[in-house]
Design a protein around this ligand. Structure first.
Ligand code: C2E
Ligand code: CA
Ligand code: CA
Ligand code: CA
Length: 281
């Protein structure tokens, strides 16, 4: 009944219109961009702490839209999941990674490479078959292929996820638990999962000033050790963070680092040079 209320409503609907329009544009853009080949992959090196060498790469999707704008994955992955395009995008990423790996391998670079998975991909009934078909057709070495999944992706359908992991694991493909420490981390579940690596979330590294956080990180380090899992720290940007981590890791235990301190994600053509370069201490 009040004029003010009317105005608010009008503003609200205009705002909603804009949001809906923006989203519809992004949706159409994503489908068009995918068909137009605007998606590609960058690779971020993972460095062994004690050996000071690159021990793996993580493939990360990039979208350079027609007008040159870079759209970050945190913006388009959730959208692709919502509009049912994530399977196509995920299949594209896997195929691209396998072909790239085979090319590197032919040039003498045999490096493990990790691909991120979304829950919607794992839940597909044909996922295992599709993955094995791609690995087979491209000549990818399954023992050097890793999939990264988050705890929440796993929890959507734990039984099915476990089955998928066991079937792919039997072919040599390994799994990493991504963003570790941010999900619900049921220890009893973790013990039973065919997971070969924990990737500690960047939020812990950002908070290494806090004694409590260092305590938690220390616990995660020992957890990985007692479960016989590899350990990677994501998002290490500074030497201070690296030194703090070093002080928490017991001698003889191996761990690796992924972060801007050593390298940002790189376009594939920069990888051979990076692999050949000396890393700082
Ligand atoms: P993620 O799997 O946790 O990947 C690590 C993210 O941290 C990447 O962001 C990487 O660029 C960033 N990062 C690495 N080191 C540092 C650092 O030292 N500092 C900071 N500030 N950031 C660092 P990116 O490439 O933007 O990807 C964001 C997320 O998008 C990924 O998080 C992953 O969840 C998702 N994503 C990327 N590619 C794919 C894909 O092919 N499939 C699926 N399903 N998700 C993907
Ligand atoms: Ca990841
Ligand atoms: Ca992560
Ligand atoms: Ca993440």
């Amino acid at each position: 009944a009040k004029r003010e209320g009317g105005n608010t409503w009008r503003l609200f609907t205009e705002d909603l219109d804009r949001k809906v329009q923006h989203r519809m544009r992004l949706e159409a853009d994503l489908r068009r961009g995918f068909d137009a080949g605007e998606f590609h992959l960058f690779y971020q090196p993972r460095i062994s702490l004690e050996e000071r060498k690159t021990v793996g790469l993580e493939a990360l999707l990039r979208w350079t839209s027609g007008d040159g704008t870079m759209i970050p994955p945190d913006a388009f992955i959730p959208l692709a999941e919502e509009i049912g395009e994530i399977r196509a995008l995920g299949a594209f990423a896997l195929e691209k990674v396998c072909l790239q790996w085979v090319e590197w391998s032919a040039r003498g670079m045999e490096i493990p490479v990790a691909v991120n998975l979304s829950a919607k991909q794992i839940s597909s009934q044909s996922f295992v078959r599709d993955v094995l078909e791609t690995v087979d057709r491209t000549g990818m070495n399954p023992y050097l292929l890793q999939f990264e999944i988050t705890e929440s992706a796993f929890m959507e359908d734990p039984d099915h996820a476990q089955e998928v992991m066991a079937e792919l694991g039997a072919k040599g493909i390994r799994f990493s638990l991504d963003d570790f420490g941010t999900g619900f981390s049921s220890l009893s579940k973790l013990r039973m999962l065919p997971i070969s690596e924990l990737k500690i979330d960047r939020s812990f590294i950002l908070d290494m000033e806090s004694e409590k956080t260092r305590g938690v990180v220390s616990t995660m380090i020992h957890l990985a050790g007692s479960l016989g899992m590899e350990l990677t720290f994501e998002g290490v940007e500074t030497r201070e963070q690296l030194e703090k981590l070093r002080s928490l890791i017991p001698g003889g235990m191996s761990a690796s680092i992924q972060g801007y301190l050593f390298s940002r994600p790189l376009p594939p053509e920069r990888i051979p040079q990076f692999l050949a370069s000396e890393l700082p201490d």
